[in-house]
Design a protein around this ligand. Structure first.
Ligand SMILES: *[C@@H]1O[C@H](CO)[C@@H](O)[C@H](O)[C@H]1NC(C)=O
Ligand SMILES: *[C@@H]1O[C@H](CO)[C@@H](O)[C@H](O)[C@H]1NC(C)=O
Ligand SMILES: *[C@@H]1O[C@H](CO)[C@@H](O)[C@H](O)[C@H]1NC(C)=O
Ligand SMILES: *[C@@H]1O[C@H](CO)[C@@H](O)[C@H](O)[C@H]1NC(C)=O
Ligand SMILES: *[C@@H]1O[C@H](CO)[C@@H](O)[C@H](O)[C@H]1NC(C)=O
Length: 944
């Protein structure tokens, strides 16, 4: 061992290999080296953030060879002895392994350190965030923006230098919260030159506040290499923002799952948290099935691999006591079928997906595209086989099975392969399968995962149905017997527009999306095989049932009403129907109801005119109506186009009600207006907005962090992962029974709400400073609404103050309009926004009872943020009163007030140096959080 170490000292930096659970370190990772021959503590090192430690911010640190990190410019005399115990005066420090040692002549040891910036090491920060979530699941919605890593490598015992200690410390912060992460790889000695054993802890330097690990100052301290507060031997995480807090398992939310949404194919890691897992055995049921692939990581987490799920939609996750079988807690998971973009990979995609294969007669032949995607990536082919039978007695699906088949071919260069034949009997037993058994084969093409990417976006798939020819032929007569009057479905489905735009044909029009089987954007010979006289079709599902409309159009974009060769057909179960309403229909609902029936009645060997005609009678084309083009209202330029079509300028800064429909499920849109940082073209725009339903307490929030070129989307308080997009396709970001968010190819986000007449389109400006927010509304329907609307957009008659007083835009001057805008400011109580630093207060109320009793600990009574908040609030309330008294609310004054307020806060909160800003990358795979939302909370008080 010693020889090897000597060898290292000759080539000290080439051979440092990965150490388990360490962030990569060493000269090849651009670490700096501590000059141990010259000194035993570094000069103050300036860091790019202000790191919060015991409620005080520090922007310099010093690293000592004695295993200390010292904040600020303290004299540091104490750092050379370890006889004293915490708490100390003077010394503000983190002590990962404080021990007195002399490294001057040691040739083996080294102390490495470096600052980790978003710009240079986004993946490292991503990894650190992941480790952190192990200890603070409550902060799963936070991402770290900065870190500093220090590696004490092979430090010798001065009495016997065969004994060596190696450990790593990471300081990290997201701007609000700061954490220390200690990883002990090897501890072989604990007694320093003075005879004292090492200490581990934190000291605030005020002689009151400190935190010390209980094994400190005893020989057992070296045992921590096998201990942990997060279940990973040798690893400890502490929250150091205010008072030091240990990890915490109990939260107010009950059982939670992260991620809370994922593909039904499973195979990815999920974590249960939110309650303390103190028993050694639990039973976990997912969708009523026992999962055997779980382990208790620590008292905070149970980690499972998501099994392949039978259905999409809301999936029940239950935690049982293994012995008593009692239900401890449960939560929901949202499973979705990844979007099908098989056409990117398969040249015979339409042939495969628009037909039914007979596994007895056909082979599954995949023809691959040779394009930039198949040339650039290697793909692994996985088949997810869902199978079932439909009982003709009770009309239910039975004998449902699922299986995942890896073809075992590894990662393939599909562009070089050209085609691949897969025999059905390699997937399921064709010969013993009952003849009425149907398979839905999800052929998925998976790219090798790149670190930090979200896997969901890397699936492209194709869905292929198989059914024996005999079933296909026999199905129609039985199906016809089950049918009822289609009128009731026609009434449920959306009415088609009578005319659609054709120059160009759109992928989506008034909420109807283009039908992949008859897509007018493609050459006619490649599409519309089943609607021969149509040029393009659109589909939209009902908001209230499973049914959906299919609307087909001729060359001129005119609705085709009749004719089995052109017109669309009603879907009693839309392919887009998800299971918010029920279960068991995901793959097979549309198939049995509308697809197999068509094939059996109109395409099978036994076809007769009569059967096919009967099919069309039960699946008519539906109705169309002339719709007034949707109005698009664009806001935040800072022009606001009102609901009655006027526009005005409003340059307020703060949070405002844009639109409120109290009687319409209480839907409300609030925006946050702020100015950009540019000195020359300084302008006000929308930096965040939230759309919520007051009744259901559901909300969707979009928030921009211009400094980091970063967007965050939240559903309620939960952060939605934005999948990496590489293929130039639109991506469904999120969907549940309330809201659907889609990212279009051009980067715009479409936000729609089933049952609402409003849809929204949000576009991020090229500078990444503001949103353009557009409201799309079905004018006709809106005009019929009896309920009034409120807010910056007014109502159908113009603008109205909250107290009911009306003003006329063209007769109002700038000041009046400004006053009008301000009157719609939201207060802390009416705000729908989620504020990042809300968590921190939550956090503080919890940690007291979660500390180990043996860890002596004192608390600072109030945290500095709160104190300041109150102070500011009062100051501003006074200001506000004086404005009203003198009756001269004046734009200039308010803005000066705002600005000084902002500056004040900027100096208090963390400022991240400009060079931390990542290069603008619209496709950035990893997104980081930095919030200045506290600016806005404060700011609200003086505009109320
Ligand atoms: C650390 O360095 C200072 C200044 O060179 C010296 O006075 C002190 O004795 C050193 N302490 C140890 C423990 O090496
Ligand atoms: C470290 O030890 C060496 C002797 O091994 C001694 O000469 C030197 O002064 C010590 N350094 C400090 C800073 O005490
Ligand atoms: C798709 O099917 C049609 C008709 O069955 C055939 O003419 C065409 O060549 C097929 N295309 C591919 C790519 O297999
Ligand atoms: C429906 O019928 C099938 C067999 O035809 C049977 O296996 C299944 O249990 C039945 N389901 C219900 C709900 O009765
Ligand atoms: C259920 O499916 C299996 C194949 O997965 C088949 O062997 C069995 O016969 C089916 N059961 C019935 C009642 O059809």
């Amino acid at each position: 061992m010693f020889r090897v170490l000597l060898f290292f000292s000759i080539f000290p930096f080439i051979s440092l290999i990965d150490i388990k659970n360490f962030i990569p370190f060493g000269l090849e990772h651009n670490d700096k080296i501590f000059e141990k021959e010259i000194t035993n503590i570094t000069d103050p090192i300036s860091i790019s953030v202000r790191y919060s430690f015991f409620n005080t911010y520090y922007d310099t640190i010093r690293i000592s060879s004695n295993g200390l990190i010292v904040f600020g410019n303290n004299s540091c005399l104490l750092s050379f002895k370890t006889s004293d115990q915490h708490p100390f005066d003077d010394l503000v420090c983190i002590a990962p392994y404080w021990i007195d040692t002399n490294l001057t002549y040691d040739t083996v040891s080294n102390i490495f350190y470096r600052e980790i910036l978003l710009k240079t090491e986004p993946n490292t920060l991503y990894d650190i965030t992941k480790i952190l979530r192990n200890g603070f699941p409550k902060l799963a919605a936070q991402r770290m923006l900065w870190a500093f890593v220090i590696t004490w490598y092979e430090l010798p015992d001065n009495k016997n230098d065969i004994n060596r200690n190696t450990y790593q410390v990471i300081l990290t912060t997201n701007g609000f919260y700061s954490f220390s992460l200690f990883t002990y790889h090897q501890l072989q000695w604990s007694q320093g030159l003075s005879g004292n054993h090492a200490q581990i802890g934190f000291n605030a330097g005020d002689q009151i506040n400190y935190y010390r690990l209980k094994r400190s100052l005893s020989p057992e301290i070296i045992n921590i290499v096998n201990e942990s507060n997060i279940g990973i031997p040798g690893q400890f995480i502490f929250h150091t923002t205010g008072n030091i807090s240990d990890v915490q398992c109990e939260t107010s939310t009950g059982l939670q799952i992260s991620p809370f949404r994922g593909s039904i194919y499973g195979g990815y890691e999920i974590r249960l948290h939110g309650i303390c897992f103190n028993q050694s055995h639990y039973e976990i049921h997912i969708d009523d099935h026992l999962v055997d692939d779980c382990r208790i990581l620590n008292s905070l987490y149970i980690v499972c691999t998501m099994p392949m799920l039978m259905d999409s939609g809301k999936i029940k996750i239950e935690l049982f006591n293994q012995e008593t079988k009692e239900l401890i807690d449960s939560t929901d998971f949202l499973a979705h079928v990844p979007e099908d973009h098989g056409e990117l990979i398969l040249s015979n995609y339409i042939n495969l997906t628009q037909q039914i294969a007979d596994p007895n007669n056909d082979e599954l032949i995949l023809h691959f595209q040779s394009n930039s995607i198949t040339q650039k990536y290697l793909f692994r082919i996985i088949i997810y086989d869902y199978a079932t039978q439909l009982s003709s007695d009770n009309q239910t699906l039975y004998n449902r099975t699922r299986q995942r088949i890896d073809l075992g071919l590894g990662y393939l260069n599909l562009s070089a392969i050209n085609n691949l034949t897969i025999r059905y009997d390699t997937i399921f037993s064709v010969t013993t399968d009952p003849t009425d058994r149907v398979h839905a084969l999800q052929i998925s093409f998976e790219i090798e995962q790149t670190k930090g990417w979200l896997r969901s976006a890397l699936f492209v798939g194709a869905k292929i149905f198989t059914a024996a020819t005999t079933l296909n032929a026999a199905y129609c007569p039985a199906w016809l017997l089950m049918q009822s009057d289609p009128l009731k479905y026609i009434e449920q489905v959306p009415v088609c527009p009578c005319q659609v735009p054709i120059e160009p044909w759109l992928d989506e029009y008034m909420g109807f999306r283009i039908d992949e089987g008859c897509d007018a954007r493609k050459p006619i010979e490649e599409t519309c095989a089943y609607h021969k006289s149509a040029r393009g079709c659109y589909r939209k599902r009902s908001d209230t049932s499973w049914a959906g409309a299919q609307c087909c159009y001729d060359e001129q974009g005119k609705f085709i009403e009749h004719g089995k060769d052109g017109a669309g057909t009603l879907d009693v179960i839309s392919p887009d129907a998800n299971s918010w309403y029920g279960k068991s229909l995901n793959f097979f609902g549309h198939f049995f109801s509308d697809f197999l029936s068509y094939w059996s009645c109109c395409r099978s060997l036994l076809i007769s005119e009569t059967l096919c005609k009967a099919y069309y009678d039960y699946r008519p084309a539906g109705r169309c109506e002339n719709m007034e083009i949707e109005s698009i209202e664009k806001h935040g330029d800072p022009y606001f186009v009102t609901l009655n079509g006027s526009s005005y300028t409003f340059q307020g800064q703060g949070e405002y009600t844009l639109l409120s429909l109290p009687e319409f499920n209480g839907q409300e849109v609030q925006i946050r207006l702020a100015s950009n940082d540019e000195n020359v073209n300084k302008t006000v725009g929308i930096v965040a907005f939230v759309i919520g339903f007051l009744k259901d307490k559901k909300r969707v929030q979009f928030e921009l962090f211009p400094t980091h070129q970063h967007l965050e989307i939240r559903i309620d308080t939960r952060l939605i992962d934005l999948p990496h997009e590489e293929f130039g396709v639109s991506v469904l970001i999120y969907e549940d029974e309330y809201v659907k968010i889609k990212r279009k190819v051009n980067g715009a986000f479409k936000i729609s709400f089933p049952g609402s007449h409003f849809r929204f389109r949000a576009t991020i400006r090229p500078n990444y400073d503001f949103f353009d927010l557009e409201t799309l509304l079905e004018r006709e329907k809106f005009n019929k609404l009896s309920t009034p609307s409120y807010g910056l957009l007014g109502d159908l008659h113009g603008l109205m103050y909250p107290n009911g007083t009306r003003i006329l835009i063209n007769e109002s001057n700038e000041n009046t309009l400004f006053e009008y805008g301000q009157s719609w400011g939201v207060s802390r109580n009416t705000s729908l926004f989620y504020y990042l630093n809300d968590d921190i207060n939550h956090q503080f109320s919890f940690f007291e009872q979660n500390l180990e009793e043996t860890n002596k600990m004192t608390l600072v009574q109030s945290n500095c943020n709160n104190d300041l908040l109150q102070e500011q609030e009062q100051e501003h309330c006074t200001q506000e009163t004086s404005h009203i008294d003198s009756n001269e609310l004046n734009e200039e004054n308010s803005h000066d007030l705002y600005r000084s307020d902002q500056h004040h806060w900027e100096s208090l909160t963390v400022t991240i140096a400009a060079d931390v800003i990542p290069q603008k990358k619209s496709n950035s795979a990893i997104h980081y959080t930095y919030s200045y939302s506290n600016l806005f909370i404060l700011f609200l008080y003086f505009f109320l």
